[in-house]
Design a protein around this ligand. Structure first.
Ligand SMILES: Cc1ncc(C[n+]2csc(CCOP(=O)(O)OP(=O)(O)O)c2C)c(N)n1
Ligand SMILES: [Mg+2]
Length: 343
């Protein structure tokens, strides 16, 4: 029987029972902590020239995966993401070792070392991949949604994409057909306010994204993506409803990326050309990781000592992933043409 991603590493489905909620929140917090610490270490490894290509971090947006992906049943449900995809793979259950090895272009990576940061993929864990093309995952979600409806069984496809992608033609063409055929696709718009250096206000005449989804026949709502509880609440209900009705849904997640767009716009403070340090500081006050830690402490779900222990445990996992990746071989030359076409 299919298990939810959280069941494979702990508990899962929505319940009012406090014990279950406590376990779910602790599990989501650990996931968020892992994502944050892994992203930080990946940044360091890039600057040690251990990672090539490009890199987009998820710092600040962790609640968008930790509040949604644990509700999924894998095998059966699917996730699609953008190039900002490390968090999604980890949340689906891809091992930190396989993620890190992929980032370093090693044979033990989840795409055999040939995909890199933007193209993590792990179909066995329901993760159908990141995508370097802005808006690219959305047409794929149309196909996945169609397949899920055709097969029956109440499964869903969750597709993540950005505010910039919302201005792409293919995104709207796909949403139109998902709305027309009523396919079980959950759209997660990661509205982090910017597409590289271009703010939403400078790029769209209609910034009400939920309205745009409704224009395609897809119901939806806006959510505070910096608040794990809010994300969990809305997503848990939406996914449960979708399993019953098979219909699509759209969630606009208001959020913020704490660092630059990508490695070329990172720590150099290049982002101060399009957003102020005050603005970044204001959003950092709403850090979903810190807020969740506060919540767990306040509710007495975790003690300060347990928090410190979590930090230490997560650090061990990250260090182990780095060590594993660094000792993994590069893909052999004769594998160059493998998996270029489906086999
Ligand atoms: C089709 C396409 N056009 C342009 C680019 C260059 N590009 C890479 S990321 C990006 C911004 C996308 O912003 P958004 O969708 O808001 O996602 P975010 O980076 O904020 O997560 C652009 C324009 C691309 N990768 N693909
Ligand atoms: Mg954006």
């Amino acid at each position: 029987m299919a298990k939810t991603t959280a069941e494979r590493s702990g508990p899962v489905s929505v319940s009012t029972d406090e014990d279950i909620e406590k376990k779910q929140l602790i599990s989501s917090y650990r996931l968020m902590l892992l994502i944050r610490r892994l992203e930080e270490s990946v940044y360091r490894k890039f600057h040690e020239a251990k990672i090539g290509g490009y890199l987009h971090r998820y710092d600040g947006m962790e609640a968008l995966v930790a509040g949604i992906i644990p509700f999924l049943k894998i095998p059966g449900d699917y996730v699609l993401s953008t190039y900002r995809d490390h968090a999604h793979a980890l949340a689906c259950g891809t091992s930190p070792r396989a993620v890190m090895a992929e980032l370093m272009g090693r044979a033990d990576g989840c795409a055999a070392g040939k995909g890199g940061s933007m193209h993590l993929i792990d179909p066995d864990n329901g993760f159908l991949g990141g995508d370097g093309i802005v808006g690219g995952p959305v047409p794929i979600s149309l196909g996945v949604g169609y397949a899920l409806k055709y097969r029956g069984g109440g499964n869903v496809c969750v597709v993540y994409f950005g505010d910039g992608a919302m201005n792409q033609g293919g995104v709207h063409e796909s949403m139109n057909m998902v709305g027309l055929y009523k396919l079980p696709v959950l759209f997660i718009l990661e509205n982090n306010q910017y597409a590289m250096g271009t703010s939403v206000s400078r790029s769209t005449g209609q910034p009400d994204f939920v309205l745009k989804a409704k224009a395609h026949g897809i119901q939806g709502e806006q959510v505070d993506g910096m608040d794990l509880l809010a994300v969990r609440d809305v997503a848990g209900r939406a996914i449960a409803r979708m399993r019953e009705t098979g219909e699509p849904y759209f969630l606009e997640m208001k959020c913020y990326r704490f660092v630059g767009h990508g490695i070329g716009d990172d720590n150099t403070k290049a982002w101060t050309t399009y957003r102020t340090e005050d603005e970044v500081a204001l959003w950092r006050e709403r850090d979903p990781l810190a807020r969740t830690a506060d919540l767990l402490l306040k509710r007495g779900y975790l003690s300060a000592e347990q928090m410190e222990q979590f930090e230490a445990e997560v650090q061990v996992v990250v260090d182990d992933a780095i060590e594993f990746a660094e000792s993994s071989p590069e893909p052999p030359l004769d594998s160059l043409y493998e998996n270029v076409y489906s086999q």
